[in-house]
Design a protein around this ligand. Sequence first.
Ligand code: PLP
Length: 378
Amino acid sequence: MVERLSIPMVDLKAQYGRIRGEIDAAIARVIESTAFIKGDDCVRLEKEFAAWCGAKAACGVANGTDALTLALRAYGIGPGHEVVTVANTFIATGEAVLLNGARPVFVDVDPITFTMDPARVEKAITPRTKLIVPVHLYGHPADMTAIGEIAARHGLPVLEDAAQAHGAEIGGRRAGTLGHAACFSFYPGKNLGAYGDAGMVVSNDAGFVERVRQIANHGGGASKYDNVVLGTNSRLDTLQAAVLRVKLRHLDTWNRERRERAEAYGRGLADLPSVALPRERPGARSAWHLYALRVKDRDGLRAHLEAQGIATAVHYPRPIHLQPAMAAAGGRPGMLPVSEALCREVLSVPLYPELPFDVVERIAAEVRSFCGAAVARA
Ligand SMILES: Cc1ncc(COP(=O)(O)O)c(C=O)c1O
């Protein structure tokens, strides 16, 4: 009898166990200093994370959604403007556009990498288009070279939604430097995750980053009560910055460990005709935030894995152009066939740096046993 597993999608306790001493010391240091807002760790994290990405500047904000929303404000996006983006993403990508009073124009994604299909972008551009926002889904970078060429022809900036892509690369350059600016989320389960909410805007354009900083801190001027533009409070707090600084020191190792596990899945699931595995575009390196299989009988496979004690998740069950919250964008079923099919067929299996290799093999064996049997039944 094969033992029933209990495998979560992510295991943040296991991660904490590896760095407990460093984390506890960093948190204690912030509490001792009482510099809970705009403390030294905030300034240092911005410098360290920008350098890690290979970018010139960064501004910490309260979460990844705010990173996008405030970046759009810093571009001056507002009513009457259009932003070309994708629907196969987390709702925040679209929220940022609508919250600024602009209209998201959704284009379909490439069926291999599930990221923005550059062939669709040009047709979506109108005189109202002000910005292009590709999403590096599951950690795989969108085709920024092709998208960048189209954007340059039309004089448009490209903002990376890099919420899932800390360390994703194209041609040796990291997310954060692949467009005009990039927005990161440090939601706890991300490759670099805080112990709460946090986010960051990264760019080589230091002036742009300062505009974001101003908006994120009550439109601040030279002093605290000098409010020169309409802003908000979206600061990254010092406790989160201290946690993130500790974790950033381990991120290269953790990303390597994610890749090793993704490769182990690839070996364990090779030659299974009914399962499409994630693949990297030549020249691109995924940050392997998620490992999503594409299977016709997704719900059957999901039930099978869950019955063995293997957690799974669907990213995402509904494309955002069909979310009621996005109704103002005018999305209709059938408009984005690839994105809509993916929502019916993708299944994320556990992937995190501490996931034991024998468990990866066991999960792969369970997928094989279900999908192999499905082929035999067909
Ligand atoms: C693609 C994408 N964009 C934006 C966000 C928003 O980030 P946050 O949850 O930190 O607000 C997320 C977070 O899950 C995301 O996955």
